[in-house]
Write a protein that binds this ligand. Structure first.
Ligand SMILES: [Zn+2]
Ligand SMILES: [Zn+2]
Length: 341
């Protein structure tokens, strides 16, 4: 099979980190499925893996955790999903199932959380394996390319929106307007129809895109919003938007940071954190970590029911490096998806 393989981490801008290789098909182990990959979404977490902020524990590795494919074969003991079924695979490849977190619906926080496309090979390839308990049937209403970004950008965006605790009619802010941000806006319009959405983005094109998608207002990442915001979801890799967001929160407001890692480029700005301006009056900061299977399945169902559709730019599997560079540079609107088959 063809695969785009990461052999050594490094700065993305220094070259092409992934190499096209011919590899033997993976063998499904006990309880696992072999999948023919159709498409795989490109996520900012792949940049964090390549650049060493959340490094894969072993190399080489095949990245990619927003996979839509069809079941091609089943390993020993895997009998719950029929061959030919169209399924999605998300960031959660497995969790232990027995710890306190797993038993209380928080498998995303499991100490033995295994991530697709980091701790095990993912979907930047023609075939991959996944445990049958951790694949998700894709509703017929969703095409392959539409479904892929829902598996991470959508699912974690949905989790982030839930974690805001926002009630309908309260004001929502979004810092960053990429794959996840534009899906959170669409979800917010459906789930919180009376809530206005305010978008902070560095790029003028992203701000225009946000207004086209129904944002009430769009400004730069450190602009003052025209009204205090009850909750803000941050999907950027930087710190400046965090300070901007805290300054824009209403009393008792909550900032939910949806980023597996922050980059260090502008971390020095945190020295300007001002308690009275940024934190006083019971403002809260919460991170969002990984996803649960429930997040993924509810997101797929919501998208099918409510017609939440991502804006998608397609690339060939062989052009994965170009897709990652475009993501790094902020080129193109919405989500990026690799067409594998
Ligand atoms: Zn992701
Ligand atoms: Zn666990």
């Amino acid at each position: 099979m063809k695969a785009m393989v990461l052999r050594s981490p490094g700065a993305l801008l220094d070259g092409a980190p992934l190499a096209l290789e011919e590899r033997p098909d993976p063998e499904p182990g006990a309880g696992e499925l072999l999948l023919d990959v159709a498409v795989c979404g490109v996520c900012h977490t792949e940049l964090d893996e390549i650049e060493g902020r959340t490094p894969p524990p072993r190399l080489p590795v095949v990245l990619g955790h927003q996979v839509v494919g069809r079941v091609a074969a089943r390993g020993p003991g895997a009998d719950a999903v029929e061959v030919g079924t169209r399924v999605g695979v998300a960031w959660i490849r497995s969790a232990c199932g027995t710890c306190e977190q797993c038993r209380t619906g928080r498998e995303n926080l499991c100490a033995r959380f295994v991530a697709t496309g980091r701790d095990a090979d993912g979907g930047y390839a023609e075939r991959m394996t996944a445990p049958e308990d951790f694949v998700h049937p894709v509703p017929d209403a969703l095409g392959d390319v539409v479904a892929a970004p829902l598996l991470c950008a959508g699912a974690i965006g949905y989790r982030s929106l839930r974690l805001t605790g926002l009630r309908d009619g309260q004001r929502l802010g979004l810092t960053g307007f990429g794959a996840s941000g534009h899906l959170v806006l669409a979800l917010a319009h459906r789930l919180l129809p009376r809530s206005e959405v305010y978008v902070f983005a560095r790029s003028a094109d992203d701000r225009a895109f946000a207004l086209e998608r129904g944002a009430s207002w769009a400004g730069d990442s450190d602009d003052a919003a025209p009204a205090p915001l009850d909750a803000i979801v941050d999907t950027t890799p930087a710190w400046k938007p965090v300070l901007g967001a805290l300054a824009n929160l209403a009393p008792g407001g909550r900032l939910v940071i949806n980023a597996i890692r922050k980059e260090d480029g502008d971390r020095a700005l945190l020295a300007s954190l001002d308690y009275a301006r940024h934190l006083w009056l019971e403002k809260e900061v919460k991170s969002v970590a990984n996803v649960t299977r429930r997040d993924v399945r509810e997101m797929l169902a919501l998208a099918a029911d409510l017609e939440v559709e991502p804006e998608v730019r397609e690339y060939a599997l062989e052009d994965a490096n170009e897709a990652l560079l475009d993501l790094k540079r902020g080129v193109g609107r919405g989500a990026k998806v690799l067409r594998v088959a």
